[in-house]
Design a protein around this ligand. Structure first.
Ligand code: CUA
Length: 326
Protein backbone atom coordinates (compact mmCIF):
# COMPACT_ATOMS: atom_id res chain seq x y z
CA UNK A 1 0.00 0.00 0.00
CA UNK A 2 2.83 2.35 1.00
CA UNK A 3 4.70 1.32 -2.16
CA UNK A 4 1.63 2.03 -4.29
CA UNK A 5 1.18 5.43 -2.66
CA UNK A 6 4.84 6.34 -3.22
CA UNK A 7 4.50 5.23 -6.85
CA UNK A 8 1.41 7.42 -7.36
CA UNK A 9 3.23 10.44 -5.82
CA UNK A 10 6.32 9.88 -8.00
CA UNK A 11 4.26 9.55 -11.20
CA UNK A 12 2.28 12.66 -10.14
CA UNK A 13 5.50 14.63 -9.67
CA UNK A 14 6.66 13.56 -13.13
CA UNK A 15 3.37 14.58 -14.71
CA UNK A 16 3.03 17.92 -12.88
CA UNK A 17 5.64 19.82 -14.95
CA UNK A 18 3.52 18.99 -18.02
CA UNK A 19 0.80 21.19 -16.53
CA UNK A 20 1.31 24.07 -18.96
CA UNK A 21 -0.32 26.90 -17.02
CA UNK A 22 1.96 26.64 -14.01
CA UNK A 23 5.25 25.12 -15.06
CA UNK A 24 8.83 26.30 -14.84
CA UNK A 25 9.50 24.09 -17.87
CA UNK A 26 6.98 25.96 -20.05
CA UNK A 27 8.59 29.42 -20.07
CA UNK A 28 6.73 32.42 -21.50
CA UNK A 29 9.18 35.09 -20.35
CA UNK A 30 12.91 35.85 -20.50
CA UNK A 31 13.48 35.27 -16.81
CA UNK A 32 11.57 31.95 -16.96
CA UNK A 33 13.67 30.91 -19.98
CA UNK A 34 16.81 31.38 -17.92
CA UNK A 35 15.32 29.32 -15.07
CA UNK A 36 14.26 26.59 -17.54
CA UNK A 37 17.76 26.53 -19.10
CA UNK A 38 19.33 26.17 -15.65
CA UNK A 39 16.85 23.38 -14.81
CA UNK A 40 17.75 21.40 -17.97
CA UNK A 41 21.48 21.87 -17.29
CA UNK A 42 20.92 20.54 -13.76
CA UNK A 43 18.86 17.56 -15.04
CA UNK A 44 21.49 16.70 -17.66
CA UNK A 45 24.39 17.12 -15.21
CA UNK A 46 22.62 15.01 -12.60
CA UNK A 47 22.00 12.27 -15.21
CA UNK A 48 25.69 12.20 -16.22
CA UNK A 49 26.85 12.09 -12.57
CA UNK A 50 24.31 9.35 -11.80
CA UNK A 51 25.69 7.29 -14.73
CA UNK A 52 29.27 7.81 -13.46
CA UNK A 53 28.25 6.72 -9.93
CA UNK A 54 26.52 3.58 -11.31
CA UNK A 55 29.56 2.70 -13.45
CA UNK A 56 31.91 3.20 -10.46
CA UNK A 57 29.63 1.06 -8.31
CA UNK A 58 29.64 -1.72 -10.90
CA UNK A 59 33.46 -1.52 -11.17
CA UNK A 60 33.81 -1.59 -7.39
CA UNK A 61 31.72 -4.78 -7.22
CA UNK A 62 32.69 -6.70 -10.32
CA UNK A 63 35.57 -4.82 -11.99
CA UNK A 64 39.17 -6.06 -12.41
CA UNK A 65 41.30 -5.85 -9.26
CA UNK A 66 43.59 -3.17 -10.76
CA UNK A 67 40.66 -0.73 -11.24
CA UNK A 68 39.15 -1.56 -7.85
CA UNK A 69 42.39 -0.70 -6.06
CA UNK A 70 42.52 2.61 -7.98
CA UNK A 71 38.94 3.39 -6.93
CA UNK A 72 39.67 2.90 -3.24
CA UNK A 73 42.95 4.86 -3.30
CA UNK A 74 42.95 7.99 -1.14
CA UNK A 75 43.60 10.23 -4.16
CA UNK A 76 40.41 9.00 -5.90
CA UNK A 77 38.36 9.62 -2.76
CA UNK A 78 39.81 13.14 -2.39
CA UNK A 79 39.07 13.98 -6.03
CA UNK A 80 35.55 12.48 -6.39
CA UNK A 81 34.47 13.13 -2.80
CA UNK A 82 35.78 16.66 -2.21
CA UNK A 83 37.30 18.39 -5.24
CA UNK A 84 34.69 17.37 -7.85
CA UNK A 85 31.55 18.30 -5.83
CA UNK A 86 33.11 21.58 -4.61
CA UNK A 87 34.10 22.62 -8.11
CA UNK A 88 30.77 21.54 -9.67
CA UNK A 89 28.58 23.24 -7.05
CA UNK A 90 30.66 26.44 -7.01
CA UNK A 91 30.49 26.66 -10.82
CA UNK A 92 26.71 26.12 -10.78
CA UNK A 93 26.23 28.75 -8.04
CA UNK A 94 28.26 31.30 -10.00
CA UNK A 95 26.37 30.50 -13.20
CA UNK A 96 23.01 30.74 -11.38
CA UNK A 97 23.86 34.17 -9.92
CA UNK A 98 25.03 35.36 -13.34
CA UNK A 99 21.73 34.23 -14.90
CA UNK A 100 19.78 36.13 -12.22
CA UNK A 101 21.70 39.41 -12.67
CA UNK A 102 19.07 41.10 -14.87
CA UNK A 103 16.10 40.10 -12.75
CA UNK A 104 16.95 41.51 -9.37
CA UNK A 105 19.56 44.23 -9.72
CA UNK A 106 18.83 46.02 -12.97
CA UNK A 107 19.84 49.70 -13.01
CA UNK A 108 17.38 50.50 -15.84
CA UNK A 109 14.07 52.07 -14.77
CA UNK A 110 11.21 49.61 -15.32
CA UNK A 111 8.56 50.42 -17.94
CA UNK A 112 5.73 49.64 -15.55
CA UNK A 113 5.24 48.90 -11.87
CA UNK A 114 2.78 46.74 -9.95
CA UNK A 115 2.71 46.54 -6.16
CA UNK A 116 1.88 43.13 -4.72
CA UNK A 117 1.35 42.61 -1.00
CA UNK A 118 0.99 39.11 0.41
CA UNK A 119 -1.70 38.71 3.06
CA UNK A 120 -3.13 35.65 4.80
CA UNK A 121 -4.23 34.26 2.32
CA UNK A 122 -4.59 36.47 -0.71
CA UNK A 123 -2.72 39.02 -2.83
CA UNK A 124 -3.32 42.77 -2.60
CA UNK A 125 -2.54 44.41 -5.95
CA UNK A 126 -2.02 48.10 -6.77
CA UNK A 127 -1.31 49.59 -10.20
CA UNK A 128 -0.09 53.13 -10.82
CA UNK A 129 -3.25 54.73 -12.19
CA UNK A 130 -3.07 57.15 -15.11
CA UNK A 131 -4.60 59.87 -12.90
CA UNK A 132 -1.79 59.50 -10.38
CA UNK A 133 -3.95 57.52 -7.97
CA UNK A 134 -3.26 53.83 -7.31
CA UNK A 135 -5.80 51.38 -8.74
CA UNK A 136 -6.54 48.61 -6.23
CA UNK A 137 -7.14 45.01 -7.30
CA UNK A 138 -6.78 41.55 -5.78
CA UNK A 139 -5.54 38.11 -6.82
CA UNK A 140 -5.50 38.73 -10.58
CA UNK A 141 -2.73 40.77 -12.17
CA UNK A 142 -2.98 42.13 -15.69
CA UNK A 143 0.16 43.11 -17.58
CA UNK A 144 0.91 44.17 -21.16
CA UNK A 145 2.82 41.70 -23.36
CA UNK A 146 6.45 42.53 -24.13
CA UNK A 147 6.76 45.12 -21.37
CA UNK A 148 9.21 44.73 -18.51
CA UNK A 149 7.14 45.00 -15.33
CA UNK A 150 8.67 45.64 -11.94
CA UNK A 151 6.84 43.84 -9.15
CA UNK A 152 7.24 45.58 -5.80
CA UNK A 153 6.81 42.78 -3.28
CA UNK A 154 5.79 43.29 0.36
CA UNK A 155 3.91 41.42 3.04
CA UNK A 156 1.31 42.60 5.52
CA UNK A 157 1.83 39.74 7.97
CA UNK A 158 4.06 36.65 7.65
CA UNK A 159 6.54 35.56 4.97
CA UNK A 160 4.92 34.71 1.62
CA UNK A 161 6.65 33.99 -1.66
CA UNK A 162 5.61 35.29 -5.07
CA UNK A 163 6.02 32.67 -7.81
CA UNK A 164 4.60 32.54 -11.31
CA UNK A 165 6.70 29.70 -12.81
CA UNK A 166 6.00 30.38 -16.50
CA UNK A 167 7.22 33.97 -16.13
CA UNK A 168 10.10 33.71 -13.69
CA UNK A 169 11.68 32.51 -10.48
CA UNK A 170 10.29 33.02 -7.00
CA UNK A 171 11.02 35.83 -4.56
CA UNK A 172 10.07 35.99 -0.89
CA UNK A 173 7.91 38.73 0.62
CA UNK A 174 9.54 39.46 3.98
CA UNK A 175 8.05 41.54 6.83
CA UNK A 176 9.63 45.00 6.97
CA UNK A 177 11.31 44.65 3.56
CA UNK A 178 10.52 45.59 0.00
CA UNK A 179 11.76 43.17 -2.64
CA UNK A 180 11.71 43.91 -6.34
CA UNK A 181 11.47 41.56 -9.26
CA UNK A 182 11.18 42.12 -13.00
CA UNK A 183 9.16 39.94 -15.30
CA UNK A 184 8.32 40.23 -18.97
CA UNK A 185 5.67 38.10 -20.68
CA UNK A 186 6.69 37.31 -24.25
CA UNK A 187 3.24 36.24 -25.40
CA UNK A 188 -0.34 36.79 -24.36
CA UNK A 189 -1.79 34.18 -22.04
CA UNK A 190 -2.91 33.35 -18.53
CA UNK A 191 -0.15 32.27 -16.20
CA UNK A 192 -0.97 30.77 -12.85
CA UNK A 193 1.12 31.41 -9.76
CA UNK A 194 1.25 30.16 -6.21
CA UNK A 195 2.48 31.33 -2.82
CA UNK A 196 5.69 29.35 -2.45
CA UNK A 197 6.40 29.82 1.26
CA UNK A 198 4.27 28.09 3.90
CA UNK A 199 2.28 30.92 5.51
CA UNK A 200 -0.54 29.20 7.45
CA UNK A 201 -3.74 27.18 7.04
CA UNK A 202 -4.72 28.26 3.54
CA UNK A 203 -1.19 28.53 2.10
CA UNK A 204 -2.02 25.93 -0.57
CA UNK A 205 -5.06 28.01 -1.53
CA UNK A 206 -3.09 31.20 -2.00
CA UNK A 207 -2.87 31.26 -5.78
CA UNK A 208 -2.97 34.04 -8.33
CA UNK A 209 -3.14 34.54 -12.06
CA UNK A 210 -1.22 36.88 -14.32
CA UNK A 211 -3.15 37.73 -17.46
CA UNK A 212 -0.78 39.03 -20.15
CA UNK A 213 -2.59 40.99 -22.84
CA UNK A 214 -1.62 43.21 -25.82
CA UNK A 215 -0.76 46.79 -24.78
CA UNK A 216 -3.89 48.48 -26.29
CA UNK A 217 -6.16 45.95 -24.53
CA UNK A 218 -4.28 46.49 -21.28
CA UNK A 219 -4.59 50.28 -21.56
CA UNK A 220 -8.34 49.96 -22.14
CA UNK A 221 -8.65 47.58 -19.21
CA UNK A 222 -6.74 49.88 -16.83
CA UNK A 223 -8.77 52.90 -17.94
CA UNK A 224 -11.99 50.94 -17.28
CA UNK A 225 -10.66 49.72 -13.92
CA UNK A 226 -10.09 53.32 -12.85
CA UNK A 227 -13.73 54.22 -13.40
CA UNK A 228 -16.11 53.42 -10.53
CA UNK A 229 -18.32 50.41 -11.37
CA UNK A 230 -22.02 51.21 -11.63
CA UNK A 231 -24.69 48.79 -10.37
CA UNK A 232 -27.84 48.40 -12.42
CA UNK A 233 -31.10 46.43 -12.13
CA UNK A 234 -33.25 45.79 -9.10
CA UNK A 235 -31.70 42.61 -7.58
CA UNK A 236 -28.32 44.22 -8.01
CA UNK A 237 -29.50 47.42 -6.34
CA UNK A 238 -30.91 45.42 -3.44
CA UNK A 239 -27.54 43.65 -3.12
CA UNK A 240 -25.74 47.00 -3.17
CA UNK A 241 -27.98 48.33 -0.40
CA UNK A 242 -27.37 45.18 1.69
CA UNK A 243 -23.62 45.44 1.09
CA UNK A 244 -23.50 48.93 2.54
CA UNK A 245 -26.04 48.43 5.34
CA UNK A 246 -24.59 45.15 6.64
CA UNK A 247 -21.07 46.34 7.28
CA UNK A 248 -19.35 44.62 4.31
CA UNK A 249 -17.77 47.98 3.57
CA UNK A 250 -15.95 47.98 6.91
CA UNK A 251 -13.47 45.53 5.37
CA UNK A 252 -13.92 45.87 1.59
CA UNK A 253 -13.65 48.79 -0.80
CA UNK A 254 -15.64 49.46 -3.97
CA UNK A 255 -14.40 52.47 -5.95
CA UNK A 256 -16.90 55.29 -6.26
CA UNK A 257 -19.00 54.17 -3.27
CA UNK A 258 -18.80 54.77 0.46
CA UNK A 259 -17.14 51.33 0.83
CA UNK A 260 -13.50 52.04 1.63
CA UNK A 261 -12.43 49.17 3.92
CA UNK A 262 -8.89 47.96 3.46
CA UNK A 263 -8.76 44.85 5.64
CA UNK A 264 -10.07 42.53 2.92
CA UNK A 265 -9.58 42.45 -0.86
CA UNK A 266 -10.76 45.43 -2.96
CA UNK A 267 -13.98 44.36 -4.69
CA UNK A 268 -14.32 47.12 -7.31
CA UNK A 269 -13.80 44.65 -10.15
CA UNK A 270 -14.60 41.33 -8.52
CA UNK A 271 -17.18 40.45 -11.19
CA UNK A 272 -14.50 40.72 -13.88
CA UNK A 273 -12.04 38.34 -12.26
CA UNK A 274 -11.80 34.73 -13.43
CA UNK A 275 -11.52 33.26 -9.96
CA UNK A 276 -12.49 33.94 -6.35
CA UNK A 277 -10.63 33.34 -3.06
CA UNK A 278 -7.09 33.82 -4.42
CA UNK A 279 -7.58 31.88 -7.65
CA UNK A 280 -9.05 28.81 -5.98
CA UNK A 281 -12.77 28.98 -6.84
CA UNK A 282 -14.34 29.68 -10.29
CA UNK A 283 -16.03 33.09 -10.23
CA UNK A 284 -19.77 32.44 -10.37
CA UNK A 285 -22.58 34.21 -8.47
CA UNK A 286 -23.30 30.85 -6.81
CA UNK A 287 -19.75 30.57 -5.48
CA UNK A 288 -19.80 34.20 -4.26
CA UNK A 289 -22.99 33.40 -2.29
CA UNK A 290 -21.36 30.24 -0.91
CA UNK A 291 -18.26 32.13 0.18
CA UNK A 292 -20.31 34.83 1.93
CA UNK A 293 -22.23 32.23 3.95
CA UNK A 294 -19.23 30.25 5.13
CA UNK A 295 -15.82 31.54 4.03
CA UNK A 296 -13.89 29.08 6.20
CA UNK A 297 -15.68 26.09 4.66
CA UNK A 298 -14.53 27.18 1.21
CA UNK A 299 -11.13 28.36 2.36
CA UNK A 300 -9.88 27.21 5.78
CA UNK A 301 -8.14 30.01 7.66
CA UNK A 302 -9.98 32.81 5.86
CA UNK A 303 -10.17 35.84 8.15
CA UNK A 304 -13.67 36.74 6.94
CA UNK A 305 -16.35 35.76 9.47
CA UNK A 306 -19.33 33.63 8.30
CA UNK A 307 -22.44 35.60 7.28
CA UNK A 308 -25.15 33.03 7.95
CA UNK A 309 -27.38 35.94 9.03
CA UNK A 310 -28.29 36.55 5.39
CA UNK A 311 -31.19 34.59 3.93
CA UNK A 312 -30.59 32.65 0.73
CA UNK A 313 -32.33 35.37 -1.25
CA UNK A 314 -30.24 38.10 0.39
CA UNK A 315 -27.06 36.21 -0.40
CA UNK A 316 -28.14 35.90 -4.02
CA UNK A 317 -28.78 39.65 -4.19
CA UNK A 318 -25.34 40.34 -2.69
CA UNK A 319 -23.75 37.91 -5.14
CA UNK A 320 -25.60 39.54 -8.06
CA UNK A 321 -24.33 42.94 -6.94
CA UNK A 322 -20.72 41.74 -6.60
CA UNK A 323 -20.89 39.86 -9.93
CA UNK A 324 -22.03 43.12 -11.57
CA UNK A 325 -18.85 44.95 -10.49
CA UNK A 326 -16.64 44.67 -13.56
CU1 CUA B 1 1.16 32.88 1.47
CU2 CUA B 1 2.01 30.68 1.56
Amino acid sequence: MTLLRSLVICVGLLILPACQRQSALAPAGEEAERVALLSWILFAGAAVIFAIVLAALWLAIAGPEQLRSRLRAEGAIRFWGIAFPTLTLATLLGYGLWLMRETIASPRPAEMRVEVTGEQFWWRIAYDGRAGKPVAEANEIRIPVGVEVEFVLRTADVIHSFWVPSLGGKLDMIPGRTNRMRLKAQRAGIYRGQCAEYCGTAHAQMSLEIVAMPQPEFDAWLAAAERPPGPDGTVVERGAALFHSSGCDACHAVRGTQAAGTIGPDLSRIGGRRFLAAATLPNTAENIARFIAEPAAVKPGSLMPPFAIFSGEERQALAAYLASLK
